[in-house]
Design a protein. Structure first.
Length: 264
């Protein structure tokens, strides 16, 4: 059974149309700016928070993550089937990293396909290539994260280098998969002149193999989750990049001939 930590209905930024996004628990990366710390571990995690009830402060225990059956998940997904079909939407499997649970993921993709739903996967690309190719047979769209181009910086800020990620991206492009590259714009980390030059080179070298890039501005709205889970967060004081900066990055990437969207 898949292990998930959230389901978001009526999602508008995780692929075309109106969608339901299913968030798988567990991730092989440790991005230092991650705004979903509850997604990282594979096991359910407890946290305690204080809430006011009838004027009294009480402690409440909640759990991030649960095992669910494929049938229960599909029942939840299909509640909004009419909206998917009318809007060209569907279901998106995100995380964490959904490719950490390839068997469960493929079973859900197959079930969604039988229902005629558009199927997207939001992934870091850090996965065994054979498993990724198996998943690709049942996937209509990959939302593929590119966090940093320099392999050493990538390792410093995510825990792994990016050789496998870039190789897997090329394998998907070579097989004709529809791929939208997504860059989480983290000020001072991956928006430097050196990094942008490398991004632009990567895109130009693959001209015609894909057509869209999403720029996702960093935000620190997940910092409260770190406090709940008693985890340290190094980027709490980092500010969201301004509109002028995002527009500048957009124009640079558009010079490679691809469509660029700010915010997904």
């Amino acid at each position: 059974m898949p292990i998930i930590f959230d389901i978001k209905r009526f999602a508008l930024h995780d692929g075309p149309g109106i969608r339901t996004t299913v968030f798988f628990k567990g991730c092989p990366l440790r991005c230092r700016w991650c705004h979903n710390p509850e997604s990282l571990g594979t096991a359910p995690e407890k946290y305690t928070e204080q809430q006011l009830v009838d004027g009294k402060e009480i402690s409440m225990t909640r759990i991030y993550g649960k095992k669910v059956t494929h049938a229960a998940l599909m029942e939840e997904i299909l509640k909004d089937k009419v909206f998917y079909l009318e809007s060209g939407g569907g279901v998106t499997f995100s995380g964490g990293e959904p490719l950490m649970q390839p068997g469960a993921l493929i079973e859900l993709l197959e079930a969604a396909g039988r229902e005629g739903l558009h199927r997207a996967i939001d992934t870091s690309g850090y996965a065994v290539t054979e498993k990724l190719m198996n998943v690709a047979e049942h996937t209509d769209l990959f939302l593929y994260d590119l966090k940093l181009m320099d392999p050493e910086k990538h390792k410093v800020y995510t825990g792994v280098d990016n050789h496998l990620i870039l190789a897997n991206a090329d394998r998907l492009l070579q097989r004709g998969a529809e791929v939208i590259f997504r860059i989480p714009v983290v000020p001072g980390i991956n928006d430097t002149d050196q990094e942008m030059k490398a991004f632009l080179s990567f895109f130009r070298q693959r001209e015609g193999q894909f057509r869209e890039v999403h720029l996702l501005p960093y935000h620190n709205t997940g910092s409260h989750k770190y406090r709940r889970l008693e985890k340290e967060y190094d980027f709490g004081d980092l500010e969201t990049p301004g509109d002028d900066r995002m527009q500048s990055l957009r124009e640079q990437i558009e010079s490679t001939g691809v469509q660029v969207t700010i915010g997904g």
